[in-house]
Design a binder for this molecule. Sequence first.
Ligand code: NAP
Length: 301
Amino acid sequence: MYDIGIIGGGTAGMTAAIYGQRAGKRTIIIEGGAFGGQITSSPNVENYPGIASVSGSEFSMNLLDQAVKLGAETETEQVTGIRDEGPEKIIVAGEKEYPCRSVILATGVTHRHLGVPGEDRLTGSGVSYCATCDGMFFRGRDVAVVGGGSTALQDAEFLSGYCRKVYLIHRRDEFRGEDNIVKRLEKKENVEFILSAVVKEIVGEFMVEKLILNHKKTGEESELAVAGVFIAVGQIPQNDVFADIVKLDGSGFILAAEDCMTSHPGIFAAGDCRTKEVRQLTTAAADGAVAALAACRYIAG
Ligand code: NAP
């Protein structure tokens, strides 16, 4: 029996494991994909207090290392649900079951798609959701980044180091992401902003060849020849399998406040998967700590 079963091995989940282990609890992190979470796609994290600059993958690997060295157990399994059996909560992953005294949901979010023709068909053939993973394939080529948040800005900055030209396409005139990155991008000769424009279609027979853009202010359409398009238009939660045990909001986020308490006693929610104002690395880490300490209090009765 585990004291704390953590579903999701991103920043929130791994921080919860660190706090759980340090409180003397037997902790397991169950992750469906690769440990590290979203931040592994960030080429450079510059807003985590105390660390001026670190790659997302190094940051997350350090976290995992720290949790494992403290004794946290890890499993790579896709969780399919949670069964409540009184004092025991059973995390179910297909045929496997993990009995736990408490559970922390730290499932994060997944990439939002544009939902335009060509996007799904050409994913992996020029359409990508991870500049750090796939940027190298476009060395010396022309690419586009879609989005106006920090991820899109960081992706554009990262790709400008490899690619001949980077078009940053955003649906508004103002960026949502950090202003200091916008200022750095403005100075780059191979970065061009295309504002108030949306991608209408991604075109290519076998690989991406061009984008069809719609310019919102004029209503005109134009074509943009690119070899790759990096889509960074935000994230969506993935909590459907927990909808029968905790309450979700209309967008699928787990209803939980700053205390990380869900509608179900003994089940906590930490990080981007819960309802919250600010989704940042720092707030994910903070949630991990809050949820783990709340789980400890719950176990103590
Ligand atoms: P985000 O902040 O939600 O930004 C999504 C962007 O995509 C917005 O600019 C949005 O436009 C645009 N968008 C949404 N749907 C669209 C559509 N259908 N078509 C075209 N554009 C669309 O997402 P994010 O950049 O992935 O960031 C998520 C969170 O992680 C944020 O809190 C961010 O600060 C944080 N983050 C932190 C770091 C770090 O280094 N610490 C790195 C990356 C991200 P509008 O602006 O018009 O809504």
